[in-house]
Design a protein around this ligand. Structure first.
Ligand code: SF4
Length: 234
């Protein structure tokens, strides 16, 4: 790397740090991943290693075209964002219009509600990891098709393996049923602590559903309190 490139990369890192972005995994460009790998001269601590592996995985996702229709109609993939070693991971269904435009998960109205839900249990978005079952937006926000879930779920399994959260909060039917490999309704799955490979799974309603059915926010609050209690124990 030339001196000028190094200076420019260091300036870029400083800017990211000042913006508080060093705790975030943002949609990466290939050259950023290459720069990080190239500049890693000593054994990296666990968080950096996990972050680097997530960046590499996000590159794989970005180039994925397993679901022909989704790959053709998406503006970009939405890998997920948050802390590379988050104790708490939120998993939703699929990106919507705003997420597809920005390349970030939960940034529309439902995302604003999710932010409030996270803050209600004394956390910040940067402290958790947020992603979806599908990394591409289904056209017209239709439901994910079974084949699309099958195609995309290995990326989620890899994200979970790298982040190793203590608790997964499944947002809505698709996330809960995919993670728990069940067809049980979200209402029946709520209120219990489930298991995914030794990680506690708590199910609640999707924020989009809560926007349409505000009366169920009370139940979602009960679920969040359960998440909070389990986090204190972990
Ligand atoms: S939804 Fe997942 S599996 Fe399908 S094209 Fe997008 S990244 Fe690939």
């Amino acid at each position: 790397m030339s001196k000028a490139s190094k200076r420019s990369f260091q300036a870029y890192l400083e800017m990211m740090k000042l913006s508080g972005v060093d705790e975030l995994l943002l949609p990466s460009e290939r050259h950023v991943v290459e720069e990080i790998v190239e500049t890693a001269s000593s054994p990296a601590p666990a968080v950096s290693s996990s972050k680097d592996e997530l960046l590499v995985l996000s590159e794989t996702v970005k180039n994925c075209s397993l679901c022909g229709e989704l790959a053709q109609t998406r503006k970009q993939t939405v890998f997920g964002a948050g802390h590379a070693k988050a104790k708490l991971m939120f998993v939703g269904e699929a990106p919507g219009y705003d997420e597809d435009q920005q390349g970030l998960p939960f940034v529309g109205k439902a995302g604003q509600l999710l932010t409030k839900m996270i803050e209600a249990i004394s956390l910040k978005r940067q402290e958790v990891f947020i992603c979806n079952i599908l990394k591409c937006r289904p056209p017209g926000n239709r439901n994910p098709l079974p084949d699309e879930v099958i195609n995309c779920q290995p990326f989620l399994w890899q994200q979970i393996a790298l982040i190793q959260p203590k608790i997964i909060c499944a947002l809505g039917k698709f996330a809960a049923q995919t993670i728990l490999k069940t067809t049980t309704s979200i209402s029946a799955l709520r209120g219990q602590i489930h298991d995914y490979q030794g990680i506690k799974v708590i199910c609640t309603f999707h924020p989009s559903y809560l926007l349409r059915n505000p009366a169920d926010k009370k139940k979602a609050w009960e679920d969040l309190k359960q998440v909070y209690r389990e986090l204190q124990l972990s």
